[in-house]
Ligand binder design. Structure first.
Ligand code: NAP
Length: 337
């Protein structure tokens, strides 16, 4: 059991109140090697006990399987959970291969109904556009998302991997509660424009992969050691010479962790939390884990405060990282700014 429940924060000026740390559920179904359903279910229970109320999924995780996996938990705890899911990454129904990105209004209307069905709920608390398709005007897509709010299928809107300019454009169509983008000691491009725009608009930041997909925890030094079905094997920064160079960047994290009697994961999470304070916006990182022990370890990071000297030691890390954060960067916000 964790010592006590974590504090709460509001997502956006009119959004829901959630625990200051959420839980990424993606790895419970796909991307990070084999999964253990019983352990994953126990992790969901541990989250609730700790006050971690924001659960993050997407229709593309396991090609629908991750939403279906959450269904029994939601049936038991619907009112205690803020449920976030996403649309736009299109996969083949038969073989799950990636077919592209759709922000088309007709596609969005179909996607939300499919998610509601798989999740077994009447309404999604936070519905994100997962990736931007620049072929469709943003106002059209956000307009279609706003219709879902009016229809009672969705409570609040979010965007993922958008630039600051895109966030402003969308917010003018309908209030955006949260921006979900990668933000960690290794990935700080979101600080170029999106974080400032979010702070100005009162939009909360939901950093994904705050543990650098596990690399920042020291749990693996080269993705070549991971199983064949692990997506990280295809990420340049986690393999070969790049991984060796990047592992060396963790030295200050290790030193600070030792000083706090903490783990590397906890220092990485505390850094995101404090970095958001510098920018003056609410933040709810969603570290992904499939184990109760790690969930409790991650939650305990909310009680760590790094000193100014420690923050200064961590400051240069991101600028020295070797390798992009995706094998193909074309659908990230980086590619549009
Ligand atoms: N919007 C987007 O485009 C997008 C993209 C990627 C992810 N996401 C969302 O963000 C969530 C989090 O991102 P992520 O899962 O990619 O990366 P992450 O949270 O940075 O790292 C997850 C990895 O770290 C491991 N881990 C977790 N806690 C740990 C600890 N205390 N010590 C050692 N290892 C630990 C996990 O393994 P175990 O599971 O074995 O503990 C997993 O392999 C996802 O679940 C998903 O919901 C969104």
């Amino acid at each position: 059991m964790t010592e006590r429940r974590i504090d709460k924060v509001r997502l956006g000026t009119e959004g829901p109140e959630v625990g200051v740390q959420g839980l990424g559920c993606m790895g419970m179904s796909e991307f990070y090697g084999d999964t253990d359903e019983a352990a994953a279910r126990d992790t969901l229970e541990a989250a609730l006990e700790a006050g971690v109320t924001l659960l993050d999924t997407a229709d593309m995780y396991g090609n629908g399987a991750n939403e279906e996996f959450l269904r029994p938990f939601l049936a038991a705890h619907r009112d205690e959970i803020t449920l976030a899911t996403k649309f736009s990454v299109v996969r083949d129904a038969a073989d799950a291969s990636f077919r592209g990105i759709s922000n088309d209004p007709a596609y969005i209307r179909g996607a939300v109904d499919a998610s509601l069905r798989r999740l077994g709920v009447d309404v999604i608390d936070l519905y994100y556009m997962h990736r931007r398709d620049p072929a469709v005007p943003l106002a059209e897509s956000v307009g279609a998302m706003a219709e879902l709010v009016r229809a009672g299928k969705v409570r609040h809107l979010g965007l993922s991997e958008v630039t600051g300019a895109e966030l402003r454009e969308a917010h003018a169509v309908h209030p955006i509660a949260a921006l979900q983008s990668e933000w960690s000691l290794f990935s700080r491009s979101v600080e170029r424009s999106a974080v400032g725009a979010a702070a100005g608009l009162g939009v909360a930041l939901v950093p994904y992969s705050p543990l650098g997909r596990g690399f920042l925890t020291g749990a693996f030094a080269d993705a070549a050691e991971l199983p064949e079905n692990d997506f990280r094997r295809h990420q340049v920064r986690f393999t070969g010479d790049a991984a060796a160079a990047n592992a060396a960047l963790l030295e200050p994290v290790r030193k600070i962790a030792a000083a706090h009697g903490a783990t590397l994961a906890q220092i990485a999470l505390a850094w995101v939390q404090q970095r958001a304070e510098v920018h003056g916006l609410p933040v709810v990182p969603i570290p992904g884990t499939r184990s109760r022990g790690r969930l409790e370890e991650n939650v305990a990071a909310t009680r760590i405060t790094l000193t100014q000297d420690e923050l200064a030691l961590l400051e240069p890390i991101a600028g020295q990282v070797v390798g992009d954060r995706y094998p193909d960067m074309s659908s990230t916000s980086d590619s549009r700014e």
